[in-house]
Design a binder for this molecule. Structure first.
Ligand code: BEZ
Length: 257
C-alpha cells in the first residue's frame, strides 16, 4: 500500500518474504465468517491473499489498496477476482456493504477517524467491520531502537517520522463507538513473530517496513542504522537462531448500528 508517509513497497518481496502477515491472520477470515453472496471489501488488501480466501467462501469481494504495485500483484495472482487502486480515505461503495475486512493495514493510516467515517458510510446497518492491526505497544522494542538510532544522528523524537498508528483497545473502541459502531469483541494480544530464517531477516524487515524513518540516510548509513537496531534488540529478538518482531495485535468485530 502507499502509506501516509508516502512509502511504496516492493510487492514481490512482500509476497515472498512476508507471507506470514496473511498466514497469521487466516483465522480473522473465520471471525468475519463470510457468507455466499455477501458484498465485502478488503481494505488495504495488499497482494490479495486474504481477499481470495474470503472469495473462496462464496462472497462477492472487492480488494482495495492505495499501492498500484500491490494491486498489480493481487490481479496477477487472482485474475478472476476484483481489485482496485483506491485509498481507504477515498473509498465509497456503490451499494451498501455487508462487511468491511482489513488485516495489517489500518496501522499505516494515521487519520483513523477519516477511515472510520468511510467504513461506516459504506456499511449497511448491521454490517460488520472485522479487522486486525498493530495495537498499543506494538513493535515497541524495534521502535525504541529506531528512535535511539535516529537520535544519535541528531534527529530528536519530536522531529522523527510517525508513520504508524497503534491504538490501545480503549482508544480504538472509543473511536468505533463515536462513528456509529457497536463493539462486539475486541482483543489485544502479543504475537512474538519469527521472521524468515537468516541473519539478515530483521534488516530485511526494516528495509520493507521502516523506510519512512531512513529515507534521508545514505545507503551506507542505512546499513549502519540497521546494524544498530540489530545490536540494540538482539538480546530480546534473536531467539533460537532466528530473528523475531515483537508484534502486538488489536483485533475487533464491530457492527454498524
Ligand atoms: C505490523 O503489522 O504490526 C507492522 C508492520 C510493519 C511496521 C509496523 C507494524
Amino acid at each position: 500500500m502507499t502509506t501516509d508517509a508516502g512509502q511504496q513497497w516492493d510487492a514481490a518481496a512482500y509476497g515472498q518474504r512476508f507471507g506470514f502477515v496473511a498466514q497469521l491472520a487466516e483465522d480473522l477470515v473465520g471471525l468475519l465468517d463470510p457468507q455466499p453472496g455477501e458484498r465485502i471489501v478488503d481494505l488495504g488488501c495488499g497482494t490479495g491473499t486474504l481477499a481470495a480466501q474470503i472469495a473462496s467462501r462464496g462472497a462477492d469481494v472487492l480488494g482495495i489498496d492505495a499501492d498500484p504495485a500491490m494491486i498489480d500483484a493481487a490481479r496477477a495472482a487472482y485474475p478472476t477476482l476484483r481489485f482496485e487502486v483506491v485509498s481507504a480515505y477515498d473509498f465509497t461503495a456503490d451499494a451498501p456493504l455487508d462487511a468491511v475486512f482489513s488485516n495489517a493495514a489500518l496501522h499505516w493510516m494515521t487519520r483513523p477517524e477519516d477511515v472510520l467515517r468511510r467504513v461506516a458510510a459504506a456499511l449497511r446497518p448491521g454490517g460488520r467491520f472485522v479487522a486486525e492491526m498493530g495495537g498499543g505497544r506494538n513493535t515497541e522494542l524495534v521502535s525504541a531502537a529506531i528512535r535511539d538510532a535516529l537520535a544519535r544522528r541528531g534527529i530528536p523524537p519530536e522531529r522523527q517520522a510517525r508513520p504508524w498508528y497503534f491504538p490501545t483497545p480503549a482508544e480504538y473502541a472509543t473511536l468505533l463507538e463515536r462513528h456509529g459502531f457497536e463493539v462486539r469483541a475486541l482483543w489485544h494480544f502479543e504475537r512474538f513473530t519469527p521472521l524468515a530464517p537468516g541473519d539478515h531477516a530483521l534488516a530485511d524487515w526494516l528495509t520493507m517496513f521502516a523506510s519512512p524513518f531512513t529515507g534521508d540516510l545514505t545507503a551506507e548509513d542505512r546499513a549502519a542504522f540497521h546494524a544498530e537496531v540489530e545490536d540494540a534488540t538482539r538480546h530480546a529478538l534473536y531467539v533460537d537462531g532466528r530473528w523475531h518482531v515483537d508484534y502486538r495485535r488489536l483485533r475487533f468485530v464491530a457492527v454498524r448500528i
